[in-house]
Design a protein around this ligand. Structure first.
Ligand SMILES: Nc1ncnc2c1ncn2[C@@H]1O[C@H](COP(=O)(O)OP(=O)(O)OP(=O)(O)O)[C@@H](O)[C@H]1O
Length: 256
């Protein structure tokens, strides 16, 4: 993987909560487009890693990071980078579906845009809502009830609505933190199907504790342990011929 091609590059990325180190010296290059899975046992720093990439980590009291994160070769921590603008380019989907309860489905999709740029015209809003719901595979189901509350949907639909809300901002990178952990297997399968579509257009980085899911949805996988990046390779290699014994022990279920 050449450095010039990497969409996201970290060099010596370390992170702390208070005095406690949770990421140590992570160097990784993530190519544009496709899905990269971040795997590893609970507490190994997976969420912290992706929260550094969109500068959410630094919003936590007492949390800090050092090292470099580059997106398209440009450092994202510099004082000249506006974290809010950065988060439009680097969207995030969280574990629990979190649509805004007081808002309609339509306004939920537009929420990020309204916050950033004000309410678009009716016609432009319609276009954005349709495009985002289509990408989230919700348009056919929801086109006739866009005025209903976002919370009237099933939890799987709510999570896809949150994905639509992220996509409405036309991000380049989509970070997902265990997006299926609150969903049943059928709803999880729908999100996985969606990932197969999104990989064509976006650079997706997904944290998952589900090995089968990582194997199904990702092209590349990074195994973290105790805040360190132990191994990073194409997903087939990680699952069939890992180089590091610790990766092998983890993927074969010996710990974690
Ligand atoms: N807000 C916080 N304050 C203090 N420590 C935290 C905070 N959030 C996470 N940690 C600690 O930092 C370490 C890394 O957490 P992180 O959530 O990044 O791990 P993870 O691999 O995503 O874990 P899990 O799979 O359980 O979510 C853990 O030991 C966790 O307890």
């Amino acid at each position: 993987m050449s450095e010039a091609e990497a969409k996201i590059r970290t060099r010596g990325l370390s992170a702390w909560f208070g005095a406690r180190p949770v990421l140590r010296d992570i160097d990784i290059d993530i190519d544009a487009r496709g899905v990269t899975a971040i795997i590893g046992p609970s507490g190994c720093g997976k969420s912290t890693f992706i929260r550094c990439i969109n500068r959410l980590h630094e919003m936590t009291r007492g949390a800090r990071m050092s090292g470099k994160i580059l997106v398209d070769g440009v450092e994202i921590q510099g004082p000249e980078v506006d974290p809010v603008a950065l988060r439009r380019r680097i969207g995030m989907v969280f574990r629990e579906p979190n649509p805004f309860p007081a808002m309609s489905i339509r306004d939920n999709v537009l929420a990020g845009l309204i916050l950033n740029h004000g309410r678009p015209s009716r016609a432009r809003g319609d276009e954005i809502v349709e495009a985002a719901l289509r990408q989230a595979a919700l348009w056919t189901d929801l086109r006739d009830r866009l005025g209903a509350p976002g919370t009237s949907l099933s939890s799987g639909q709510q999570q896809r609505l949150c994905i639509a809300r992220t996509l409405a901002l036309e991000p380049e990178i989509v970070l997902m933190d265990e997006p299926c952990s609150a969903l049943d297997p059928v709803a999880s399968a729908k999100i996985e199907d969606l990932l197969h579509e999104l990989r064509e257009r976006y650079t997706v980085v997904i944290v998952t504790h589900n090995m089968q899911q990582a194997a199904r949805v990702s092209e590349r996988a990074a195994f973290f342990l105790d805040g360190e990046l132990i191994e990073y390779a194409d997903t087939d290699t990680i699952f069939t011929a890992p180089l590091d014994k610790r990766t092998e022990d983890y993927i074969t279920g010996k710990f974690g």
